[in-house]
Structure formats: C-alpha cells, structure tokens
Unconditional design. Structure first.
Length: 593
C-alpha cells in the first residue's frame, strides 16, 4: 500500500510567544518546523495520543533549562538547573564567570583572575515548573496507517492536544570564594548574570576543608557526604560552646567518641566527661590492630600503627572515676567538698521553711572545727545533741537514706577534688552510681568546683545526655541547683576558660538558656519537626533548609556549623580508634525460630 508523506502539526507556547509549524512542503521556507513525526517511524499500533506525548517529551528535552546562575550582589546567587545536575542542599557548585552573559558586558573581566571560577554552596532548592508547550496531533493525517476495519478503530482518538509543563530545579546559594590556581580565595565578586554552572569537583570541594587548618589544628573526623573528601573541623572552634543533637539510633554517641579521640590526639585541651552510660570509659586505650583496620580501604602499615599508638600514649593520662572495681579513682566526694548551701540541698533543707533544722545543721558543721568531714560525721554530732531541731535533722538523714549513698567518700578517703593536675582527661562514669541524686551530687560538685577554681586553665566539660544535668524544669531543688550552675557556665564560663560540649537526643529536653549560648551545631538525624524548628531559631546563622535536611540523614551523617567550620558541612563520621564502652542490647529475639 502506497503511503503518502504527512507531518503532524506542532504548536507550542513559551513565555507567551506563539510559534507554529505546518507541513514541510507548505511553501513557507522562512518557517522551520520545530519537529516532525513521520508515520513510518511510528509503529502502526501506537495511538495518536502516544504520538503526541512522544513529540511533547522530545520538545521538553530540547527546551529544558541549562544550568545558569545570577547574582545581584556577588554574594548570594539564584540558579536554575535540570534534574541531570546534582544539586543537594549543603552541596557545592561551581560558576564559570568567563563563560556566559556576564552582566551584559558591564563586568570588568580584569577584576578576576583568568579562568577564575566561583565556588558556591547550595542553601535552598525546590521544584519549579513552567507551562512550555501545547502539542496538537491530527489523527486524520495518519488514516492510511490505521485500517478502518481494525477492531476498535471506531473508538480511536481522532485528535490529541497536550499542554506540556516543564519541571526543573530552582535554588539559592552563597558564594564562598574564587577558585584560583593557588586555592580558594574567600569573598564575593561583582554582580553577574547568566553565568554557567556545574557540579563541583572533589578537588574544588577539598579547598573548603583545607581552610580548617588555617590558624588551627584540623580534626579529621570523616568524609564529606557529597564527595570522597576528608572532612576537617577547626579545633580552635571548640573554644565556643558546642551542641550535639541526634535522636536515638543516629550514631550520636559513636560520633562523639570520634570527636573526643581527635581532640585528645590533636590538641592539648583537658577534658572532663560526664558519662552517664559508660560510653567513653575506654578513651585511654586503642582498639586492636584488626579493629583499627576494619572498614579501612587500606590497612594501617605497621609503622603508621606504631606511630598512632605512640601519639595516643603521649597525649596524656586518661583517668576513669567510677564506683566499683576497675576504677582509676573512686567516684566519690566528701560532704565538705560542697558549699554550705549545696550541702543543705542534699538534705532537702530550706533556710526559711526549715529554719530550725538549718540552724542546727550550721551549728553541727561549725563544731567540727573546719576539718574535712562527711555525712557520717555530721550525723554523729547531731545525735550527740539533745535539742529537738538536731534530733529532727538526724532523723531526716535516716529517712532520706542520704548517709547510705555510695557517692560519699569515707573518712580520710580520696575525693574527686584530690585528683590534682596530672591528668589530660577525666571520665566520670556516673552510670556506675545507683541513684539519680548521687549523679546530681557529682555534677554539682564538679560544676561548683569549676566555678570556684582560681586558675584560668582551659578545660572542655563534656555533658553526654545533657538533659539529665540541665533540663528545662528540674524535679528537685538539688537538680535545679545543678541546672543553675550549668546556666552560669554557659553564660560566663568561657571567660574563665570553661568550654561546653553538650549532647542530647532532643533540644527541647535541655534548658534553653544553655542551648542558646552554644555557637557550634553538630546535628545528626532528627525526625521531630518541632525540634528542627527550635534549632532553626536558636542557630539562625545556619541556613534553615540545611537544618531541615536532618530528617533524611543516614547513620553517622552530621551537619557541622559554627566556629568549628567556616562553611557548614554535611559529613559522614569516620571510624573509632578506641573501643566504645556502652552498646545496644543484641536483638537475638528478632531472629526467626
């Protein structure tokens, strides 16, 4: 059967300008057809609607936006791109200022190095769409292909019209600097328009993390998520308070261990760690050779492993204080190591409501002559007296069971305050204490000692599960006293060289006056939208879309922002060098029978 040549009519609309093409042999050579579809190139069984859809898809492909960027101030950029360009929030792009419409010629290329490109971090992205084309196909033009006797031919679509909508990516970002042969030169540039944009190569991204080594030791904590580029944090940035947040199962405790190991190896900063779950008690020992090499692409050579073990041994003494066997020192204090007010709080005494008992307590302490004393000595003095307030106070000690707490050091025994200066890290294994009040007393003694200390020696206080130490509303007077000390250190401690590293599962579980004093944010997976909104408010210097991405983080992924990194980084934490103390219970119960 002879086949005549027919072409479909294609009409499309773009930015309110109409164009139309007719048949190639229409006699109008000044109009070029945008696209033609020959019946022979289309299978006979294909419907006219399918033909129209195929034409539209090809049009959409030809009209997709090329990656382009604009900037009205040379610091913030707006861009569009197709879906074939990898554009991740927190990721990096390059802009070639020597290729494209550079501000209609107003930009002086001499202001930039030859071949200079900009490195940009993506702060926001979203789906955008625009109506691009309408495709009309007249099925009558293909009547020679469809036999009228074909079953179902009478119900076939006679014509089709499709309104085509193009979808693409729009977003904003910040100019980090110019990429030159000498590296990244920070700062903005002159405004520009229609510059070409592309994904950043690993070498370009590496120039960002290299900035962490400028003026500070760099802590190698893992790799960036976007590229296999080592992620480094500025050690000097930990002179500002740091807030580490991640829900259960995000890898928070493991990641904190990586940070503490790097601070131990790469700096001389002393650390005191309040460890309620015994997670960091092995910070003073390295893993076995097999464990050190597990997960590494290239195992450590014998020379590198020996150097690592030597550096770890030279980093300083790690002291573990706990109750029970295996402790470098007992996790105990004397009652006299606390202030008078703090001692009264351990007994639940209020100077106004319990004025008689409080007075009896003061008299008993004075009768001890200022020597070091414990709760047993105070109780003995009270029982030796015959006055009613002393009798009631002695009975209070018995009723509360305070005298039986294991946190009290025996007469003449060592206390935490006797540790001296021959240590680099002190791990307070508060998980070895039985009662919450005992853990509060240890925290009270430590934070009070930090506040009263005379020397201005820098120290990092690490509060794991910080919500147990400084919650928004403590349940007891003793707990409220601990929270007040934490608030003071958060607000005033930096002047005395006291720096905080707080870790918790939810920001709303920590007192807002403590969280608001943190400059560094280390954010792991958080699903709660309320928690993420609070973090966006407190850490307003971090782009909100980057914080919102935390709900999609995988295990061990982290957003680091603040003085610890000049540019917010999304990274994946590396391997531990020391054994992790705490561990989840095995899930043998989930195995098939």
């Amino acid at each position: 059967m002879a086949t005549e040549r027919h072409y479909c009519h294609v009409a499309f609309r773009y930015d309110d300008h109409d164009r139309r093409t007719d048949a190639l042999d229409s006699g109008r050579p000044d109009e070029e057809p945008i696209m033609s579809t020959h019946p022979r190139s289309t299978p006979p069984t294909q419907s006219s609607h399918d033909r129209a859809y195929a034409v539209g898809r090809r049009l959409m492909h030809e009209l997709r936006p090329d990656p382009r960027a604009w900037s009205v101030n040379g610091r913030e950029v707006v861009f569009v791109a197709g879906f074939d360009l990898e554009v991740d929030i927190g990721g990096f792009l390059t802009i070639d200022l020597n290729d494209g419409d550079l501000n209609d010629g107003d930009l002086d290329d001499g202001d930039l190095d030859d071949g200079s490109r900009l490195l940009v971090q993506v702060h926001e992205r979203h789906l955008a769409e625009r109506s691009l084309a309408r495709v009309d196909v007249d099925a009558q033009a293909f009547s020679d292909v469809v036999d009228a006797s074909t079953p179902g031919a009478g119900s076939m679509v006679r014509s089709a019209s499709l309104d085509m909508t193009a979808r693409f990516v729009e977003g904003t970002g910040r100019v980090l600097g110019r990429l030159t042969p000498d590296g990244l030169v920070a700062g903005g540039v002159a405004p520009f328009a229609q510059a070409v944009m592309a994904s950043a190569a690993a070498a370009d991204i590496a120039s960002i993390t290299a900035a962490a080594a400028v003026g500070s030791t760099a802590l190698a904590v893992g790799n960036l998520v976007q590229a296999e580029v080592p992620a480094r944090l500025r050690a000097a940035g930990f002179s500002r308070h740091t807030f580490l947040c991640g829900q259960s199962g995000s890898g928070k405790t493991y990641s904190m261990g990586v940070l503490l190991e790097q601070l131990l190896l790469e700096t001389t900063l002393p650390m005191v760690i309040i460890d309620p779950n015994s997670d960091h008690v092995h910070l003073g020992e390295l893993r076995s050779t097999a464990d050190l090499n597990r997960g590494r692409e290239r195992p450590l050579s014998k020379r590198d492993e020996a150097a690592l073990r030597r550096r770890h041994a030279d980093a300083g003494r790690v002291v573990v204080a706990r109750r029970g066997a295996g402790a470098d020192m007992p996790l105990q204090i004397h009652l006299s190591d606390l202030t008078i007010g703090e001692q009264a709080l351990t007994l639940g005494l209020d100077p106004i409501a319990d004025s008689d008992e409080f007075s009896a307590f003061i008299d008993a302490i004075h009768s001890l002559g200022g020597v070091r004393y414990g709760i047993a000595a105070v109780e003995a003095v009270l029982r030796a007296r015959l006055d009613e307030p002393s009798r009631r106070l002695a009975q209070r000690i018995v009723n509360l069971g305070v005298g039986g707490w294991g946190v009290w050091a025996p007469e003449g025994g060592a206390s935490l305050v006797d540790i001296g200066a021959d240590w680099r890290v002190v791990v307070l294994d508060t998980g070895s204490l039985e009662h919450a009040h005992e853990r509060e007393i240890v925290s009270l003694g430590l934070l009070g000692l930090m506040r009263r200390r005379e020397q201005r020696r820098s120290v990092l206080i690490v509060m794991d599960e910080a919500h147990n130490i400084c919650p928004p509303a403590a349940a007891t007077e003793l707990g409220r006293a601990v929270t007040e000390l934490a608030i003071w250190i958060a607000g005033e401690g930096r002047k005395f060289g006291i720096h905080l590293l707080l870790a918790t599962q939810r920001p709303q579980k920590v007192h807002p006056n403590v969280v608001s004093q943190c400059d560094n944010l280390l954010l792991m997976r958080v699903n709660s939208t309320d928690d993420l909104r609070q973090l966006e408010t407190v850490f307003s210097h971090v782009p909100a879309p980057m914080i919102a991405e935390a709900s999609s983080f995988g295990l061990g992924e982290m957003l680091a922002a603040g003085p610890v990194t000049p540019t917010p980084l999304r990274l994946r934490m590396g391997s531990r060098l020391t054994p992790e103390g705490g561990a989840d219970l095995p899930t043998d119960w989930a195995r098939p029978q």
